[in-house]
Design a protein around this ligand. Structure first.
Ligand code: C2E
Ligand code: MG
Ligand code: MG
Length: 764
């Protein structure tokens, strides 16, 4: 009720687990969908980004080349002596140039040594004198090392050189070296699945991709090589998704960005191409991507997986957070009792254990307190009032605790209390103060008058600090459950634990383990104690009394086991067994031809709970065919206190079955003599307690016993006196006209054989 149960915890955990699983499924679903879309959409976006970054790096590269030339041009313009074209040419390679020249407005080129005319087929370069930076893919003839002209296949750059008046007087011209081109054309990404060309606004390749991937494609039989991209498209390509060559051409001519999807006839692989204008000259970048290129695909998957992972991790973090909160919550629940708001059982046990272990023996006492019949309070007033009562009792006890003393509600209506340095009488005083307090409060409000609040308490003085707290607690419980030693203020019973108590429990456990087999093995033996008729002194009956002959322990008297068997219910079986044995004896006597004496058999209270309890008795009687007047069932007087109605019903049934019925141990309880007139029993058995002294019968008892006998006679009941031990007893009983006597004076309970010899004079 008060604790956060593991069941609740599991439920909560499962709910969260389900949420996480559901979320992961949803996210995976979204992920897969987005993957599919990703191939179409994300590729485009990705291609766009990639194209832009390739174009940027190309632009940057050209810019760097131009910058290098501009610096040289400025130095030349200033007439700096430091510009030595010959040495510049030597280090041109570092600047990614093949040759660096000075160009004069008359079209003459010089590299420092020689002057050569600029060929007319490079008119674009002459535009440099208009103050423009020129970048052209036009090849430029130059003098090779062997003195002959060579053709350079790279780019030619030209920047103007200004004089002090801002006039263009010369230009610096340089051609990129072979590496520059090669470097660019072989660039590729994602293992070659992405590559690019640089084209001019007429569609001519300026730099054509030359990586392994494109080579493979270009080398294919189905692929025709052209120097113009339009022809490549016309002859090698299938345009997809409605793209047309015209649109592409228009975009190229106008230096516009353009994306198109296509595939080569050679490999039929869907691709995307993006056209991207470059900053310098009439150049455009044409970047191609295999649309379903595994690498790209994988990138998308990887991205999705990364996102998924982040989400899953986030969920688990959340879950852990929730579990942590739940744990924290349950921990606090575990430390506090939800009803009393005091210590939980767990907290009590931890702290009590610590205190006990730290202190010498006999420092602390452990109390187990139970509210009697708490269930009735709950039933009558509802659980809310029940809970209030629990808190009320808890608080009242707590008010009387000193420092270092602890209390908790250990289970439904039980409290564990640890108190310090108190003797038995101090504990009783402590309890009586608590009880007084409780009664005071109950009396304050009239509606509380209906509360039947009573407590039972068991006390164990912790004389052994080494035993586990659970066992300490058990000892207090044992003390609580035993017949209480003290009654405090009428509403609190209190028992103190002793080692005998533990011994008794151990014995009970042992008996429980053995009883069934003992019954089968005939270890229970029915003894008979004769009853003597005072009038003629003859044997006039017997009482069947059971003994247990255990193979290890020898004879165990009924006082040791009857009350325990009444508690555990085994008495029902045992009584019937005794009855059957008795019937066997009587049958034997009848069959032997002697005058059989009637035998009384004790009937335990446990039978009365069952309204058909007599059925097996009648069956057995019939089985052995015993006249019912020879069988007498004894009901103990104590039963009248507990449930007189049940006893009266039982008597009626016993009579209906034809048996005699006696009231055993009369006078041992507190029944008034008056009750006799309401009881339809045949025989009253006077308790042996009347004869405390062997020699004389006390005057007071004489009066009582005399009264009982006289009253019984008047009511037509027979009287049998138990515990007749001496002649004095016999004389007194004869005097008051008691019918029969049973006791050691005549005989102890004896075995059936001995009984036969005693009563019938021989073994039958
Ligand atoms: P009970 O029915 O009152 O039995 C009489 C007890 O008094 C017997 O003790 C008997 O041995 C004892 N007794 C007889 N004469 C004297 C005497 O002169 N002086 C003294 N001091 N004691 C005497 P026992 O056999 O130990 O039985 C004790 C109780 O156990 C019985 O009391 C009865 O209540 C119960 N009991 C015995 N056998 C059975 C049984 O088979 N079924 C049930 N339900 N209870 C049984
Ligand atoms: Mg008896
Ligand atoms: Mg008796």
């Amino acid at each position: 009720m008060n604790k956060f149960s593991s069941n609740n915890f599991t439920k909560l955990f499962l709910v969260f687990l389900s949420i996480v699983i559901a979320s992961v499924i949803i996210i995976c679903d979204i992920g897969i969908n987005s993957l599919e879309k990703g191939i179409k959409l994300e590729n485009k976006k990705y291609v766009d980004e990639l194209t832009k970054s390739v174009a940027d790096s190309f632009n940057k590269r050209i810019e760097n080349n131009i910058n290098a030339l501009e610096i040289i041009a400025m130095e030349i313009g200033k007439g700096s002596q430091r510009v030595d074209l010959e040495s510049l040419n030597k280090s041109s390679e570092i600047m990614e140039y093949e040759h660096i020249y000075i160009l004069y407005p008359n079209g003459m080129l010089t590299n420092g040594d020689i002057e050569i005319p600029l060929y007319e087929d490079l008119p674009e370069i002459m535009e440099v004198f208009e103050g423009k930076n020129i970048i052209t893919r036009e090849s430029m003839k130059h003098l090779g090392n062997d003195g002959n002209y060579e053709v350079n296949n790279g780019f030619t750059f030209a920047v103007p050189v200004y004089d002090g008046n801002g006039q263009v007087v010369k230009a610096v011209v340089a051609c990129t070296n072979a590496d520059w081109n090669k470097d660019l054309s072989s660039q590729s990404y994602f293992d070659g699945a992405v590559y690019f060309h640089i084209i001019d606004t007429k569609g001519n390749y300026v730099i054509q991709a030359n990586n392994a991937y494109s080579q493979e494609l270009f080398e294919s039989d189905k692929f025709k090589i052209y120097s113009n991209i339009y022809e490549v498209i016309e002859n090698n390509v299938i345009l997809r998704d409605g793209f047309t060559l015209e649109d592409y051409k228009r975009a190229v001519e106008q230096k516009e960005k353009y994306v198109l999807s296509f595939c080569f006839r050679a490999d039929n692989l869907p691709r995307l191409a993006e056209l991207y204008p470059l900053e310098y000259g009439d150049l455009l970048l044409n970047l191609s991507v295999a649309g379903n290129a595994t690498t790209l695909h994988m990138t998308n998957i990887m991205q999705t997986i990364v996102i998924l992972n982040i989400v899953i991790v986030a969920f688990f973090v959340l879950l852990s957070l929730v579990l942590f909160l739940v744990y924290k919550n349950s921990r606090s629940m575990a430390l506090e009792d939800s009803i009393t708001k005091g210590y939980s059982n767990l907290r009590f046990q931890i702290e009590a254990k610590e205190k006990i272990e730290k202190s010498p023996a006999d420092t602390y006492a452990f109390l187990s307190v139970n509210i009697d019949r708490f269930k009735i309070i709950n039933d009558m007033f509802g659980t809310e009032k029940g809970d209030e009562t629990l808190k009320f009792v808890h608080d009242k006890i707590k008010q009387h605790l000193k420092n270092e003393e602890l209390i908790c509600r250990s289970s439904s209506d039980n409290f564990d209390v640890l108190i310090k340095n108190r003797t038995d009488s101090e504990i009783l005083k402590f309890l009586s103060e608590i009880v007084e307090d409780i009664v005071k409060v109950l009396n304050e409000k009239p509606e509380n008058k209906n509360y039947l609040l009573s407590l039972s308490v068991g006390v164990y003085h912790i004389d052994d600090t080494s035993i586990p707290i659970v066992n300490i607690r058990d000892r207090a419980i044992i003390a609580r459950k035993k017949n209480s030693d003290y009654i405090v203020k009428h509403i609190c019973s209190c028992g103190f634990y002793s080692d005998e108590e533990r011994e008794r429990l151990r014995e009970e456990k042992e008996m429980e383990n053995k009883m069934e087999s003992a019954l089968i093995n005939n270890e229970f033996v029915v003894y008979l104690q004769p009853k003597v008729n005072f009038k003629d002194g003859k044997f006039a009956g017997a009482e069947a009394l059971v003994r247990w002959f255990d193979k290890d322990k020898g004879m165990i008297p009924p006082d040791k086991f009857i009350s325990f068997f009444e508690k555990n219910g085994f008495i029902n079986k045992l009584d019937i067994y005794v009855f059957e044995q008795t019937c066997k004896y009587i049958r034997k006597w009848i069959d032997a031809g002697v005058e059989p004496v009637p035998v009384s058999i004790n009937l335990s209270r446990a039978h009365l709970e069952n309204k058909d309890f007599l059925k097996p008795y009648v069956e057995i009687q019939k089985k052995y065919n015993i006249p019912s007047k020879l069988l007498e069932l004894e009901l103990t007087e104590n039963l009248l206190l507990e449930n007189p109605k049940e006893v009266m019903d039982a008597i009626k049934k016993i009579h209906q079955a034809g048996f005699l019925c006696s009231l055993d141990d009369f006078g041992s309880g507190y029944s008034s003599l008056n009750i006799l007139k309401d009881l339809d029993v045949d025989i009253i058995k006077l308790d042996r307690a009347f004869f405390r002294s062997p020699d004389v019968v006390e005057p007071k008892e004489k009066i009582i016993v005399g009264e009982v006998v006289s009253m019984a006679r008047q009511l037509g009941m027979m009287t049998v006196s138990e515990g007749v031990e001496t002649e004095a007893h016999v004389n007194f009983l004869k005097e008051i006209d008691c019918d029969k006597g049973q006791g050691y004076f005549f005989s102890r309970p004896i075995s059936e054989e001995d009984f036969e010899v005693l009563v019938y004079g021989r073994k039958l």
